[in-house]
Design a binder for this molecule. Structure first.
Ligand SMILES: [Zn+2]
Length: 247
């Protein structure tokens, strides 16, 4: 009996990374921002790649020497495999945003796993992966414990949401409004959500990067933001601590 179970486990397959246990409250694992006392900002772009806009964005981010994370969609990668390869070769962080942009909480655990793994296979074909970050389509409203178990528990991917939605996907939103939504309330640790399938991402990104750098912020990938959150740098010693005691 035990041998049968062991065989079944082998056939199911081994997770890509060691599987940390999902806490009782799985919502603790959703990451909406990094360390607030940092000066770090993460730019993230969802639903691509797009055959025209993503190359424009790659060129701009390279010109600005600015890292970013692209949460790719399987359907978009299947349509634009060369652009996906270009993104990976250019060194941008790739995240998993599911195969079909499904409302994952309505699916079985097996189907959720297929949504993740279908895209991972395409990312691997394009020369990348495995992805370390996963963003559920529609965010927390269409996610649940099963999604966290599959992405984080089984595959070791961090679940990354966003701090504020720029709403660049709404047709009526202007580039100025996208920029203003980021700049007006910006804090260290912000994870900014845009979409490289919409034309506003390119002009908005230029203004956001130039303005926030002028204010002293630094851009990092989503994974770097999480690493800083989990392992913050030591606090600088306070002036009192360096003064010798007088007694
Ligand atoms: Zn999306």
């Amino acid at each position: 009996m035990r041998a049968v179970i062991a065989l079944a486990v082998m056939l199911v397959g081994v997770p890509l990374l060691p599987a940390p246990p999902v806490p009782e409250n799985h919502r603790e694992l959703y990451i909406r921002h990094g360390r607030r006392s940092s000066n770090l900002i993460a730019l993230t772009y969802d639903d691509g790649p797009h055959h025209e806009r993503t190359p424009e964005l790659i060129a701009l981010l390279q010109e600005l020497d600015c890292p970013a994370t692209f949460f790719l969609l399987g359907d978009s990668v299947a349509r634009n495999p060369i652009t996906a390869r270009h993104l990976i070769e250019a060194g941008f962080e790739i995240g998993n945003h599911s195969m079909t942009h499904a409302r994952l909480r309505r699916l079985s655990r097996d189907e959720i796993g297929e949504e993740i793994d279908g895209l991972e296979a395409l990312i691997a074909e394009a020369g990348g992966g495995p992805s370390h970050v996963f963003r559920p389509p529609y965010g927390i409203s269409e996610s649940n414990r099963d999604v966290v178990e599959e992405a984080y528990g089984e595959r070791g991917m961090e679940i990354v949401l966003w701090t504020g939605d720029t709403e660049d996907w709404r047709p009526e939103t202007t580039v100025e409004q996208v920029v203003d939504s980021v700049l007006s309330n910006v804090q260290g640790g912000d994870i900014i959500l845009m979409h490289d399938i919409h034309s506003k991402a390119v002009p908005a990104t230029r203004v956001i990067v130039e303005e926030l750098r002028a204010r002293g912020f630094e851009f990092v990938t989503a994974s770097e933001m999480i690493e800083d959150l989990r392992n913050p740098p030591p606090e600088p010693a306070s002036p009192e601590a360096t003064v010798s005691p007088s007694m």
